[in-house]
Design a protein around this ligand. Structure first.
Ligand SMILES: *Cc1c(COP(=O)(O)O)cnc(C)c1O
Ligand code: SF4
Length: 336
């Protein structure tokens, strides 16, 4: 039987969802009944990093609440134009670990490919908000160098697709990438870092499920969800489809002031993540990227939150608190 493009539960097409965007701060303010005195602020920050929010996300944001924890992640504010010591445009110094276009090799047995610059949403705290994707988005022909680099290094067991959001690519392109990687014998695992199953769950079509599973590779999907309110019934359904196909589902979040800087926020989040068939993986300390200082949570507060989560949840629902350290052989794990 020929599989249909969309499952019956999908009343909306993901490509349309991806194009039905709110990109004008004024439109966002009006759609959510936000006070317009924040508007000038928004416009300035918007010039640095453009607002991008699929209109369907509005259903998960409380109207009239400028402090809504989902909205806070995407709403431009004037604080982004502050210049703050210790915050820079390349806090991870990734330029030094970029041996081929589109490939980052920091840790011995795994490489990361920045396969696209495009994302379904723009998260204001994103450490790639200033990344030079022009130099690092080679396109199909340009991947030869990166693939050859992986082929030459038998230590590399895992290839991480990141971006941007890899699932914003068409199935055909993903299929080509996966089959190119599959040919390299020492690679056993492909990991996909994506926010799309959360932002536009309609992305999880039967075609995509087939693309992901029709190869010998172990597929790990690391979701990116910061708050329980991001997970509605459709998100849960999309995750169940992935889980049923044997894809290992994990979630990473970023610890963000006024979004999820309480133990309760993480308790609620991780219970819901488990309901999706996923397990929590990392809580990241904020990367010190210029324009994001107002999201920072202190180490002491992060450790207190971890202690409280640890008491409230079974061990398998407690994520690891990590920080990115330039030049280190792995992410730094913070004790608590
Ligand atoms: C985070 C990261 C990885 C993956 O690290 P894990 O600890 O395996 O999740 C790999 N490469 C780069 C460049 C990274 O930033
Ligand atoms: S989806 Fe990921 S890569 Fe894209 S803006 Fe958000 S955090 Fe950054």
């Amino acid at each position: 039987m020929i599989q249909q493009n969309t499952s019956p539960w999908q009343t909306r097409d993901w490509q349309n969802e991806l194009q039905a965007l709110i990109e004008d701060p004024l439109e966002l303010a009006e759609a959510l009944d936000l006070p317009t005195n924040t508007f000038l602020d928004m416009q300035q920050a918007n010039k640095l990093f453009a607002l991008r929010l699929p209109a369907s996300m509005l259903d998960r944001i409380e109207r009239g609440n400028i402090n809504d924890p989902v909205l806070k992640q995407f709403l431009p504010t004037g604080k982004e134009t502050d210049i703050v010591r210790g915050y820079s445009s390349d806090p991870l110094q990734e330029k030094t670990v970029n041996p081929a276009p589109g490939l980052l090799h920091k840790f011995k047995n795994r490489v990361l490919l920045t396969v696209t610059q495009s994302c379904a949403v723009h998260c204001r705290y994103c450490f790639r908000r200033n990344f030079n994707y022009q130099d690092n988005n080679p396109g199909k022909a340009g991947w030869a160098k990166a693939l050859n680099y992986i082929l030459q290094d038998a230590n590399i067991e895992e290839v991480i697709l990141s971006g941007g959001d890899p699932l914003s690519l068409p199935d055909e392109y993903l299929s080509w990438l996966l089959s190119s990687i599959e040919k390299i014998k020492h690679v056993t695992t492909v990991r996909i870092h994506t926010r799309l199953p959360i932002i536009i769950p309609q992305r999880i079509t039967n075609e995509l499920l087939t693309t992901l599973t029709l190869n010998r590779l172990k597929i790990v999907m690391v979701l990116h969800c910061n708050h329980a309110n991001e997970i509605d019934e459709e998100v849960m359904h999309a995750c169940h489809l992935l889980h049923e196909r044997g894809i290992t589902l994990l979630n990473q979040c970023v610890l963000l002031k006024d979004v999820n800087d309480s133990a309760q926020a993480h308790i609620d989040l991780n219970k819901k993540i488990f309901d999706c068939g996923a397990l929590p993986y990392y809580i990241h300390m904020l990367d010190k990227i210029a324009g994001a200082h107002h999201y920072d949570v202190s180490e002491a507060k992060a450790q207190q939150i971890m202690q409280d989560i640890n008491k409230a949840l079974p061990g398998y629902l407690v994520p690891k608190l990590v920080r990115e350290v330039p030049g280190a052989g792995a992410k730094e794990m913070l004790s608590f």
